[in-house]
Design a binder for this molecule. Sequence first.
Ligand code: GRF
Length: 207
Amino acid sequence: MTKIAVFVSGRGSNFKALHDYLSTSGSGGEIVRVVSNKVCPALEYAREIGIPYSLVAEKSKEDFIDYESLLKEFKELNVRLIVLAGFLKKIPDMFIDGFDGNIINIHPALLPAFGGKGMYGMNVHKAVFESSAKYSGATVHFVDKVYDHGKIIDQAIVDIHDVSSPEEIAARVLEQEHKLLPRVVSAILSDRVKIVNNRVVIVGESN
Ligand code: GRF
């Protein structure tokens, strides 16, 4: 089993979708740890289903682990993939270096548009709504040291010609996120994510 850690900060619906997928698909991955920067519903869900969790902070804080210790623990545990699923803090460079190329993030818009600092949650969907864009979607990308910037692994497109609120965009995008994230993780687990001509390609998937 490939060991996976999921980082969350809120509701945890992507964590749940990924966990459901991994528990039923036989894709060879297992979530062994959930990490958050704060107490949130996603941690409550981790507790309910018996996945160990940690609170992480950049500076030492009671009941929180620091990133250096977390990195050490993950190496000892043999964690191979880190999935940021609604994690709202920037990951320190040292941690990204430690897991080089093995951290992915899901973003609720079509990057490289509507990303970057401050572009999270409803802020994204409001900006998309106000721009009058006709399509939005979800993006899963590798994490590098710049917010929402690493190479894009895959995207799902959502038609929003007819929406009348940012909330409607959010609901349509979330539905796609819950399919996209398991699909990308499955491709990573089966070693089908390759770099070809400096682009990320999922081998064996037709578009
Ligand atoms: C998702 O829209 C994800 O794309 C973004 O944060 C949201 C998290 O939602 N990064 P949830 O906690 O998975 O329900």
